[in-house]
Design a protein. Structure first.
Length: 326
């Protein structure tokens, strides 16, 4: 089969389409013919040599796909997806390929009205958002701040939190992007390029602050996020777009009785990821079926344009997800 491989660590031009061995399904695996693969920042880190795949995962990148089941492991039962079913799936790697093998517990059957291609924009975002909102103990009446509300995870977070009845605030860069975030269901969208973000957030919450912050910035956003937290607030760090290190004023953390949580999805044991996807299937996927949460796709590019897809994500121009099509 064809796959987009990393020929050596480096810039996007190190990506190349090559022939690789077809996947071999285990007893509880599905083999899926890929319609599209989502492009994520973890793929950019892997390409640069900073985020190697977990043991046992393919060497080529790709953490989520959509497509059609073409084979099943011998250990699957009649209630599991059948050959011909359309699914979206979370992967440990290897999604930039024509075929993938995926444990059945990480696959979601698609609703009839959901595009097979565009469904690839959902699995990683839904799993990340659902697991981290639970880790943050998000409760009815909380103010949720989504940092990076126009990104691939951010657009899912805004839609899902809105569907759950949470008051959602989000940051984005520029008036066009903030307007689009509002259209996704945010109660307030704050332009992070404008000065006074902390004060504007407090004004938008009547001085209360954010009970939960879902953060993709990392070290560079640490002090600002802590200033925006409400008393007993929870900061959940899921990305490091502004660096791995930051300074934390512990007196502010203590005075607010706040907490900081950091999580990764890809490196979790399979049983944990299956449990997360089971939660997505039961509690988040119904909102996809009812059209409360839909894929937000910035671009669909062919495998031979993988370098352009990575540049698009790195530049910050993408609103939502960039997809690769075999």
């Amino acid at each position: 089969m064809r796959a987009v491989v990393i020929t050596k660590p480096g810039d996007p031009d190190v990506l190349a389409v090559q022939d690789v061995p077809d996947p071999v399904a285990g007893p509880r695996d599905l083999v899926v013919r890929v319609a599209a693969a989502g492009v994520n920042r973890a793929d950019l880190l892997q390409r640069a040599g900073h985020y190697p795949p977990p043991t046992g995962a393919p060497a080529w990148p790709g953490l989520e796909v959509s497509g059609t089941v073409v084979a099943r492991g011998h250990g699957l039962g009649p209630d599991d997806p059948q050959v011909g079913d359309r699914v979206a799936a979370l992967l440990a790697g290897g999604g930039y390929a024509e075929l993938v093998a995926v444990p059945v517990g990480l696959a979601l059957r698609l609703p009839d009205d959901l595009s097979t291609v565009d469904a690839a924009a959902l699995p990683e975002g839904l799993a990340t958002v659902w697991s981290n909102l639970r880790a943050a103990r998000l409760a009815p009446g909380d103010n949720l701040l989504v940092r990076g509300g126009s990104g691939g995870v951010g657009v899912v977070a805004v839609q899902l939190a809105h569907a759950l009845g949470t008051r959602v605030l989000a940051t984005a860069g520029g008036p066009e992007r903030t307007a689009r975030v509002l259209a996704l269901g945010a109660d307030a969208a704050l332009d992070h390029r404008e000065p006074g973000l902390v004060d504007r957030l407090r004004d938008a919450t009547d001085g209360h602050g954010a009970d939960v912050i879902l953060d993709v910035l990392g070290g560079g956003g640490l002090a600002e996020n802590l200033a925006m937290l409400a008393d007993d607030g929870r900061l959940v760090v899921i990305g490091m777009q502004q660096g791995r290190r930051g300074e934390l004023d512990l007196s502010v953390l203590l005075s607010k009785r706040a907490s900081v949580v950091g999580t990764l999805l890809r490196s979790r044991p399979l049983e944990q990821k299956v449990a997360i996807m089971d939660g997505v299937r039961r509690h988040a996927w119904p909102f996809v079926q009812d059209r409360w949460v839909r894929p937000v796709v910035h671009a669909r590019l062919g495998f031979d344009q993988a370098a352009d897809a990575h540049r698009m994500l790195e530049s910050g121009e993408a609103f939502g997800k960039v997809l690769l099509i075999p």
